[in-house]
Ligand binder design. Structure first.
Ligand code: AGP
Length: 617
């Protein structure tokens, strides 16, 4: 997964490209490059392996005075992360240069066919084949050449292309990975994601699959897969550039952990009347009749969003009494799923561009299901292909490890579960009111629970010297155990597993020894008998771990003496209804993972081997 950017307008291009790449670095950071057309019409290319700072140094040493250009930051898929394999890549005569995010699955056969025509390739990448194809077809009109070239590609691609012989334009094309167009005052930009554009404009729109865009200093022209011109309208994204910056925090991830009170509030604000629990979700775009007709629900997602989906299952089954199954996007699409017109398929995704989740949504639609996207990016592919969408309002999430998007997703799923419960007549007005009040208190409680940061930082020294860690929870706390484990492993590289606490005696107890930290989710709602019962069983599991000398870290209700007598360390979590405890429990677990990763000197925002959005299979 990589980041592309292009600029055409009246400003000097290189600084704009480099600044935009800096904001796309989370998408891929093993090499980078820019290509600009100089004022004399010549083409200048600068590339560097490693972090973006190496490219910035290369441009400092050999400045370029381009008036429009393209740039790329890479997460290698084909070919090692070397300068030679860094984008932009050129055609055989250096007339065409382009940058690419995606994978050309048939690049080897295309490369062999071109080599038989005398083409010589200088890189190991799939992208170079595309540049050769475009140059092969270029006869004066770049967009025509690009259209002919991409027609031969199979796989996924987001492209930005320049040609010396057809100056004054950037051509962009999309099939799969995102391409967003920024509309400024006589300047236009193209990029893989919004943060790269926000300091220039907040008026943006995403290309659809099959679209091809021609950007000139005067205008943007869009044509569809059939070559027909199509209109476009921008969305004014209320994200200031600063929101995409670190805002004084050491890492994006820490900033985004602390943004959760606002993110959760923004996700429910205007959608529920706290004092009555009355919901206003017309924006979803699915009628009450459509939702009533759904006999079963599937939720598909990947990674952290899959953990939100597991939480959503419990919320919907508890509040609406409708059966829910949860599936990984990568599994659902190949499972020949039992989905039909009576199925509602909910796709959960922060980016709205995850290839496996997108593919699962398309599979569901092909089988007649009604589809709903829960997504954090307005206009992202997932929202454009689903029948309805319910946006989370977490703002841009830059850290690879998802935090505020997760708690916002659970908030959105809670709203939707309430909505289904009301539609199906499963919730009394008093229940709706009680849940509305509890939801309205969450932002302040989230702010309160963030005060445990110093405790989490202190515990990080213990976790940082561990090689393994277990996270245990029951019921609605089990998906949180999974998410807490994923947070720790993906940024600190410590092996961690989430488990149902009741499963320990069926095997994992063998892991327990004096070196194993075990994090328990032992909060509960004192006003809910079922919640208290699960809690009591969780405390029993805690005692089993202690009896085998395991190290117990427990998230618990404030002042819980029963837990305090068993656990080695306790972290208090404010009280709320059982179904909303997951949102409050998540913040301490995120902080534990964050400080452990910092203690271990890991690259918190750009952990090794990972990317923020996996737009390829
Ligand atoms: C979680 O911290 C990871 N960044 C990853 O598991 C992520 O949740 C997953 O790739 C899904 O991304 P999406 O929500 O954008 O679809």
């Amino acid at each position: 997964m990589c980041g592309i950017i292009g600029y055409i307008g009246k400003q000097t291009t290189a600084p704009i490209l480099l600044a935009g790449l800096r904001r796309l670095e989370y998408r891929g950071y093993d090499s980078a490059g820019i290509a600009v057309i100089e004022r004399d019409g010549s083409l200048a290319v600068r590339r560097a392996a490693g972090k973006l700072s190496n490219l910035e140094e290369a441009v400092r040493r050999a400045p370029v005075e381009g008036i429009y250009g393209i740039g790329h930051t890479r997460w290698a898929t084909h070919g090692r992360p070397t300068e030679a394999n860094a984008h932009p890549h050129a055609g055989p005569n250096g007339d065409v240069v382009l940058v690419h995010n995606g994978i050309v699955e048939n690049y080897l056969s295309l490369r062999r066919a071109l080599e038989q025509e005398g083409h010589v390739f200088v890189t190991q990448t799939d992208t170079e084949v595309v540049a050769h194809l475009v140059e092969k077809y270029l006869q004066g009109n770049l967009e025509e050449a690009v259209s002919r070239a991409v027609a031969r590609l199979s796989g996924v691609f987001a492209l930005a292309v320049l040609a010396r012989s057809d100056p004054g334009k950037i051509v962009a094309a999309r099939s799969g990975p995102p391409v967003v167009i920024g509309v400024g005052d006589k300047e236009f930009l193209v990029a893989s994601d919004l943060p790269a554009l926000l300091e220039h404009t907040q008026d943006l729109f995403f290309l659809r699959d099959g679209d091809l865009a021609v950007l000139t200093p005067e205008a943007v022209h869009i044509s569809d897969r059939a070559g027909a011109g199509v209109g476009w309208t921008t969305t004014r994204v209320a994200w200031e550039p600063a929101m995409a910056e670190k805002g004084g925090y050491r890492h994006f991830m820490l900033k985004e952990i602390y943004e959760q009170p606002q993110a959760v509030r923004d996700t429910f604000l205007g959608r529920i009347r706290p004092d009555s629990g009355e919901l206003h979700l017309d924006e979803i775009g699915l009628s009450a009749e459509q939702l009533r007709a759904c006999r079963q629900i599937r939720i598909v997602a990947c990674g952290t969003s899959w953990h939100a989906a597991l939480t959503g299952k419990i919320l919907i089954e508890r509040l609406a009494r409708i059966p829910v199954e949860v599936d990984y996007g990568s599994e659902f699409r190949y499972r020949d799923p039992l989905v039909d017109e009576g199925t509602l398929v909910i796709a959960v995704s922060q980016s709205g561009e995850t290839a496996d989740t997108l593919a699962a949504l398309r599979e569901a639609r092909q089988r007649g299901a009604v589809t709903l996207a829960i997504c954090n990016v307005a206009g992202a592919m997932l929202t454009r292909e689903a029948d309805g969408s319910l946006l989370t309002h977490a703002g841009p999430e830059i850290g690879v490890a998802s935090t505020k998007a997760f708690t916002s997703q659970v908030t959105a799923l809670f709203l939707f579960a309430l909505h289904l419960g009301q539609i199906h007549g499963r919730l009394s007005q008093e229940d709706s009111r009680r849940f509305g009040v509890a939801l309205s208190r969450l932002p302040a409680q989230l702010q309160e629970v963030l005060a445990v940061a110093p405790q989490c930082e202190a515990l990080a020294t213990l976790l940082a010297r561990s090689t393994d860690c277990l996270f245990l929870g029951r019921g609605v706390h089990f998906p949180i155990a999974l998410e807490g484990a994923l947070k720790l492993k993906e940024i600190s590289y410590i092996h961690a597993e989430g488990y149902p606490a009741g499963e320990m005696k069926h095997g994992p107890n063998a892991l327990i020894d004096a070196n194993l930290p075990v994090v328990f989710l032992a909060t509960y709602d004192p006003g809910d008998d079922a919640s208290r019962l699960l809690y009591e069983k969780t405390v029993s599991n805690m005692q089993e771990v202690k009896a085998r000398e395991g190290i117990v870290i427990a998230l618990c209700n404030p002042g819980d003496e029963d837990v305090r007598q068993v656990a080695d360390h306790t972290i208090p979590v404010p009280g709320t209804v059982e179904l909303l405890l997951p949102i409050l429990e998540m913040a301490p677990l995120q902080l534990l993972a964050y400080y452990t990763a910092v203690e271990r000197g890991c690259d918190v925002d750009q952990p090794r081997n990972l990317a923020k959005s996996v737009t390829v299979e």
